[in-house]
Design a protein around this ligand. Structure first.
Ligand code: FE2
Length: 394
């Protein structure tokens, strides 16, 4: 996280005695990235955060396998065809994966168990619904359009509202952060960045819960373990630092518009290990008198491009079968672009006074190929790879 935050009660200095009302001492815990040489927070627990009483492997919960995208084709998956139910941790349905990131869909209506991902950071994009995110740092009220970024190691749980939520789960093998180019050398958002500190919502806290023998699902590279803690992990009376979960709503992204069409890096929102996350938001269309206001055909030499269509009307995709809730994967090795006729339709739209687009989409570009998970196979539109040729022959 790019800036300092303090919640609840903390002692005047680091690493000094901090007394509980009963005369005992609070347990200090450092959550620190990259050993001791990157961002960190200090948390003060009522009980030792080290006290575990049981460890059990969760059988049948080995990481779901993905298979290579072979033979190579672009893919279209309708998330609306995927099953509903379960929770936001164990109810994940794997869409795409490589060694850097696992991308899943969840349509959850149940509360999750306590959960700690020790493989990497997670970014949860809430497509619809509302949910309470509860963690050792406090809670965040999550609404549709939020990215909730959760640092590796954060013990938390998800409590969806009664109507449930649909979400894209982006689980990295490292850290998910604002792009470096948006920040000053000390971490402040620069003036050209499409969002700033004021757009980020940190956790409200402290969040205290009572309980003994409390299970926490821990994800490691070996799979899932259920660790039982002697006392409830939500016992932090105060913390401070630069490391904590936060929410950023896609509607707070300030789109960059050019006279002619701007490429996806202007939409970048976060960066992860060997991947980026971009937000396509409602904005004025390109405004040159001769502008073509939709993307040009492009061959992403070094990346696979996944797009999740979450709102509005996607002119460039008309006639392809892509709709709200669709996910496309345009892999390296395949040139993609607007459906035939879309350029002419967009230019005609400009002439008729259509000067804005209401499209909203979340894009993930990975720099290594994505394999296909079971959910991508299950809800795939088999006609999509041929949709450009079909339209061109009409
Ligand atoms: Fe693209």
């Amino acid at each position: 996280m790019p800036y300092y935050r303090v919640t609840g009660e903390i002692p005047r200095k680091r690493h000094v005695r901090f007394q509980r009302p009963d005369g005992g001492l609070y347990s200090e815990e450092l959550m620190g990235e990259e050993g001791f040489v990157s961002d960190s927070s200090l948390l003060y627990h009522e009980h030792p955060p080290t006290a575990i009483v049981k460890s059990e492997g969760i059988s049948g919960a080995a990481a779901e396998e993905s298979a290579p995208n072979h033979p190579l084709v672009p893919r279209h998956v309708r998330t609306t065809d995927l099953p509903r139910g379960g929770d936001l941790v164990l109810g994940r349905q794997l869409l795409f994966a490589n060694d850097d990131v696992q991308i899943s869909f969840a349509a959850a209506n149940a509360s999750s168990e306590l959960y700690r991902n020790s493989v990497g950071d997670e970014a949860i994009y809430l497509q619809n619904g509302t949910a309470l995110f509860e963690s050792v740092y406090g809670s965040i009220s999550a609404v549709a359009g939020d990215y909730i970024v959760i640092p590796r190691g954060t013990i938390h749980r998800w409590v969806p509202a009664a109507r449930g939520v649909a979400a894209l789960v982006i689980a990295a093998s490292g850290h998910i952060r604002p792009p470096r180019r948006y920040l000053s050398q000390y971490g402040q958002f620069l003036e050209h960045a499409p969002y700033s500190e004021r757009d980020l919502r940190g956790p409200d806290g402290p969040l205290l819960a009572e309980g003994e023998d409390v299970p926490v699902i821990v994800r490691t590279r070996a799979g899932l373990t259920r660790l039982t803690y002697a006392r409830h992990p939500f016992d932090v009376v105060g913390w401070d630092g630069y490391l904590y979960p936060f929410a950023f709503n896609i509607a707070d992204f300030e789109p960059v518009v050019k006279r002619t069409h701007a490429p996806p890096p202007v939409h970048q929102t976060f960066e992860g290990p060997n991947f980026v996350i971009c937000s396509f938001c409602p904005r004025p269309l390109d405004f040159d008198a001769a502008a073509v206001p939709i993307p040009y055909n492009h061959h992403n030499v070094d990346s696979d491009e996944m797009m999740f269509y979450v709102g509005g009307d996607y002119t460039a995709r008309k006639g392809s079968g892509v709709g709200l809730g669709s996910i496309t994967l345009h892999p390296s090795g395949f040139t993609h672009g607007p459906q035939p006729g879309a350029v002419e339709a967009a230019v005609a739209g400009l002439a008729e006074g259509r000067t804005t687009t209401d499209e909203t989409a979340v894009m993930i570009d990975t720099f290594r190929p994505l394999g296909l998970g079971p959910a991508a196979r299950r809800a795939e539109d088999p006609e999509y790879p041929w949709s450009w040729a079909r339209a061109a022959r009409r």
